[in-house]
Design a protein around this ligand. Structure first.
Ligand code: DX5
Ligand code: ZN
Length: 212
């Protein structure tokens, strides 16, 4: 299982130290939630803060856009050269155009689905994307309870990916901990994104080990 700590649950007053702590672990990515106060009822980081994180981080950055006006935010984030960038299918009418924008800049492109959105909405775009981010909570906040119907969705999605022979990973985001991680693995999830579980633990590496 690949593990991506979500810094939404980090101590923002000590963000540099928190990034240093993650650098010391063997986590695979650092997950950064960009929220605009419109697509979700919360606001988080803009370009300046992510730039500071990018300077300090020795891990690849995975930026998750929970925003309206996706084109504007994608162009802003492309400058930061993250490893991967995802946006929500619920909010975009011209998905192929946005995917090109991301991939032409050598950034891995992902599509995020809210808990109620079906995997079938991806039928004609799965072949173009590098990963699907399945939200296992309603996006906007850390520390919420895991929505278990997302596991069923992961199983169906994995079957479609296998049948189509697509090169597409599945990540899951929200409410993930050592109690439910085995079910994620059994459902075909490749990347676990965890905020509260890692940042509220005493030892980040041990928390990551328990997810692996
Ligand atoms: C929620 C975010 C998640 C969040 C996960 O909208 O997309 O990345 O940080 O946090 P936990 O693991 O605390 O649910
Ligand atoms: Zn996220």
């Amino acid at each position: 299982m690949l593990v991506a700590p979500s810094i939404l649950s980090a101590d923002f007053g000590r963000l540099n130290e928190e990034i240093d702590e993650l650098n010391k672990t063997d986590c695979d990515y650092i997950h950064i939630d960009v929220m605009d106060g419109h697509f979700v009822p919360n606001l988080t980081f803009g370009k300046c803060v992510i730039e500071a994180v990018a300077k300090r981080a020795k891990k690849p950055l995975d930026i998750h856009l929970m925003v309206q006006n996706i084109d504007f935010f994608v162009k802003m984030m492309i400058d930061l050269k993250p490893f991967s960038l995802s946006f929500h299918v619920e909010e975009e009418k011209h998905i192929n155009r946005i995917l090109h924008l991301i991939k032409d800049n050598c950034i891995k492109a992902g599509i995020a689905l809210n808990p109620h959105t079906s995997q079938d909405s991806l039928e004609y775009i799965l072949r173009y994307i590098d990963f699907v981010l399945l939200m296992s909570v309603n996006p906007g906040f850390g520390g919420q309870n895991f929505i278990s119907s997302t596991l069923e969705k992961a199983i169906r999605l994995k079957e479609i990916i296998k049948d189509g022979n697509f090169d597409c990973k599945i990540s899951m985001d929200g409410g993930i901990n050592s109690q439910n991680i085995n079910m994620l693995k059994e459902s075909g999830v490749d990347i676990a994104i965890a905020g509260n579980y890692i940042f509220k633990s005493q030892n980040y590496q041990e928390a990551i080990n328990s997810l692996r």
